[in-house]
Design a protein around this ligand. Structure first.
Ligand code: MG
Length: 339
């Protein structure tokens, strides 16, 4: 659970990693902000290790995940993804056919995201010391040329897309249906026949993000991966010291995902996604941003799911039956090892 994206992971990071790693220099976006990327001299830089189990699943594989996840973390901070590193840690005996399949998928996803692998490393460890393979991808991006124009509509002081930019009145856009990735992984792992049609949403989002920045007015963005939109919205509320109201009826979710999650006792709000983005947008621009991203296949189901308020400082959901439910920060993603 300490690696599953929720409150336990955040306390591990704050009480150990951040506490022990004291910064010597100052940067535009330092580690202490715990954003998806750091920024140093206008270079957006991020890293991620992938341990998904199984390696292949409906809609993707660990290779597509490793490229998409890193590209998306650069893009949501305001970077234009440029180049990645690829570090492979393989268990002794790993089938070379599987390795080639994963590398092919990495190559295709890089082309889709308009990035290249320009450096890397390979290690092999003894059988039994690792579950098949771990991939680490780090990535760099330059400052997105669309960012300055986007920020002209924002006026919050910051040169980057940070959670601390969020203000009361901002609207929250979600780019499509939730929980598809987590349910696809669960189905591949457990062999549940009732979720066998659910495919992971894993994909690079930099094209969709560019489309939104072209319009302008995006205050902050983040991809709701481990811990789902419940974790993301709580992080935004915490960092901005504001409240967020969401509307259950406007949250896109596939019927089969909803049924499967309820059957398994899982909350779709807490389940991870790998091809979706949440955006906080200034109210004047939100309809235009929404129209622009809906023109793309990966944004066709996008909608406004809520807004930021200064009346309280938690995440509250107006339910379909007319009640209000507080959405707490999940302890971790209910489906472990999804990325
Ligand atoms: Mg992220």
């Amino acid at each position: 659970m300490h690696g599953a994206g929720g409150s336990l992971m955040h306390s591990l990071i704050k009480e150990h990693v951040i506490k022990m790693l004291r910064p010597y220099k100052s940067f535009d976006v330092p580690l202490t902000l715990l954003e998806d990327s750091g920024v140093c001299n206008d270079i957006v830089f991020t890293t991620d290790s992938y341990t998904v189990k199984p390696l292949f699943f409906n809609g993707g594989d660990i290779g597509r995940l490793a490229v998409s996840g890193t590209v998306n973390d650069i893009a949501v901070t305001g970077g234009k993804p440029l180049a990645l590193s690829l570090s492979l840690v393989l268990e002794e005996g790993f089938p070379l056919d599987d390795l080639d399949r994963i590398l092919t998928s990495i190559n295709l996803t890089c082309r889709e995201a308009d990035v290249d692998i320009i450096t890397g490393d390979t290690k092999v460890v003894e059988r039994g010391s690792l579950d098949k393979m771990i991939i680490n991808t780090s990535g760099i991006g330059t400052r997105n040329p669309l960012l300055d124009r986007n920020l002209e509509y924002v006026n919050r002081g910051s040169r980057w897309l940070l959670a601390s930019n969020i203000r009361a009145g901002d609207k929250i856009i979600l780019s499509g249906s939730i929980a598809d990735h987590g349910m696809a992984i669960l189905s591949a792992r457990e062999g549940y026949s009732f979720v066998s049609n659910i495919a992971s949403d894993v994909r690079p989002l930099n094209r969709l993000i560019d489309r939104a920045l072209e319009v302008g007015g995006v205050v902050c963005m983040k991809d709701p991966t481990r811990g789902g939109i419940a974790d993301l919205l709580n992080e935004w509320a915490e960092k901005s010291h504001l409240g967020i109201t969401i509307y259950e009826e406007s949250i896109p979710i596939r019927d089969d995902v909803k049924v499967a999650a309820s059957f398994l006792g899982l909350d779709p709000l807490e389940i991870g996604n790998e091809g979706k983005v949440c955006m906080a947008v200034v109210p004047d621009m939100v309809d235009e941003v929404l129209d622009a991203i809906r023109e793309l296949d990966e944004g066709k189901d996008a909608c406004i799911i809520g807004e930021v308020t200064d009346e309280f400082d938690v995440v509250a959901m107006k339910t379909i039956v007319g009640g209000t439910r507080i959405i707490g920060r999940p302890a971790g993603d209910p489906v472990p090892r999804i990325c």
